[in-house]
Write a protein that binds this ligand. Structure first.
Ligand code: MLT
Length: 392
């Protein structure tokens, strides 16, 4: 019996598991101290009321013989897929309902999509970025090459024609840096992918935070339908981190190596996934209603105000940062040339504030730290005051 030895190449703990471990150890050793967590991007505001009502209605229907439902469809109920298709329409992107797969979140799908691609593909991944793409491809034994995001390119790496890639991950607005690609920049990525017959795996989990004219979807870009798959999630948009619902868009015309990617993904999902529960899909559809969109906008504005409060403090301290505008994340340079983990420890031990060390998102994250604006307002203000006191 042999285990998958690719696991030997992973860092021992998943980034957020490591942070949770260190934070719990600190809290156990200092039970009298109030620790403020601005580490993992987990929401703190409750679900929008329309989603709660839809969850309840969905549960009620499951308790009545006439409306009871068994296994959901693998790709999601028509009503939920149509609601998402209509949502895309609102920002001018045409996606047919049957190109949408409802999932339990973008994390699973951005990792699982690898099932349909061969192990001998080369994967291009921006650095820094959400660690799931790297870890999932290490597990699969694929060769990974990196597109470095740096202060010089404003953490928006562009393709290098001398680097070959078969699979390209992009995340915009980026987790962790908050930087978002413009339409012109995304067009360069699409052209690069088309030239080498690659597939772009585009994570748009933070699209709802975009306030300028950056595209909300890769499919706003000409010919992206010939080379891209998009993943999105209700986790950050509508507070679904504990409810679990996302969606993946695969255009019907996307073909690689003689195979239709939509059909392959359907085949994969039908084998390994039994769909998202009916009440959760009811709640998701409710989020995309007019009322739902108004309710989530209030929550998103609350988080954006937190981001503004954090950014203002960094401006005052003269610390370089990105993000906070099209994104709930603020990506800052660690002061006094501290390493990411040194600064993480410094903040935890001396201000009782938890951040996320930048190097957990890749080598280019060394010397950076990420703060999230998903905290509660009073805690965010208190954390900022403590940070200012510590660093002034
Ligand atoms: C993060 O903090 O980067 C996210 O919460 C992680 C996730 O979405 O899985």
């Amino acid at each position: 019996m042999k285990i998958n030895r690719n696991f030997d190449d992973l860092v021992p703990n998943y980034l957020f598991a490591e942070i949770a471990k260190r934070t719990s150890a600190y809290i156990s050793a200092h039970p009298d101290q109030k620790v403020i967590k601005l580490g993992i991007g987990d929401v703190t505001l409750p679900l929008p009321p329309v989603a709660v009502q839809a969850l309840k209605n969905g549960a009620d229907e499951m308790g009545v013989k006439e409306t009871f439902k068994g296994y959901p469809e693998y790709e999601g109920y028509d009503f939920a897929r149509q609601a998402i298709s209509d949502y895309y329409d609102e920002f001018g992107v045409k996606i047919a309902a049957d190109e949408i797969f409802i999932s339990d979140g973008a994390k699973s799908d951005t990792g699982n999509i690898g099932d349909i691609f061969g192990a001998d593909n080369t994967v291009l991944i921006p650095d820094p970025v959400y660690p799931v793409y790297v870890d999932a491809n290490i597990m699969a034994g694929r060769k990974i090459v990196y597109a470095p995001g740096t202060r010089d390119n404003h953490f928006l790496p562009m393709p290098d024609d001398s680097v070959h890639a078969d699979i390209i991950y992009l995340c915009s607005p980026n987790n962790p840096t908050g930087a978002a690609y413009s339409a012109e920049q995304l067009k360069v990525w699409v052209d690069y992918a088309l030239k080498s017959d690659a597939v772009i795996l585009y994570d748009s989990a933070y699209e709802a935070f975009i306030t300028d004219d950056c595209p909300r979807s890769i499919f706003a870009i000409d010919r992206a339908r010939e080379c891209a798959v998009e993943f999105c999630s209700l986790s950050k948009t509508a507070g679904f981190t504990g409810v679990r619902c996302g969606y993946t868009v695969i255009p019907k015309e996307l073909v690689r190596d003689g195979h239709n990617i939509h059909s392959l993904w359907y085949r994969r999902q039908a084998t390994k996934f039994n769909g998202v529960s009916y009440p959760v899909q009811c709640a998701a559809a409710a989020v995309f209603s007019k009322e739902g969109q108004q309710q989530i906008r209030k929550n998103l504005d609350y988080y954006k105000e937190n981001a503004r409060i954090i950014s203002a403090a960094l401006d005052e301290l003269g610390i370089y940062y990105t993000g906070g505008k099209n994104s709930p994340y603020i990506w800052l340079e660690c002061p006094n040339v501290m390493s990411s983990w040194e600064f993480f420890d410094h903040l935890l031990n001396n201000a009782q504030v938890v951040g996320t060390p930048g190097e957990g998102f890749g080598d280019q994250g060394k010397g950076y730290l990420r703060l999230t604006s998903f905290g509660d307002r009073d805690n965010t203000i208190e954390a900022v005051e403590r940070i200012k006191k510590l660093l002034k």
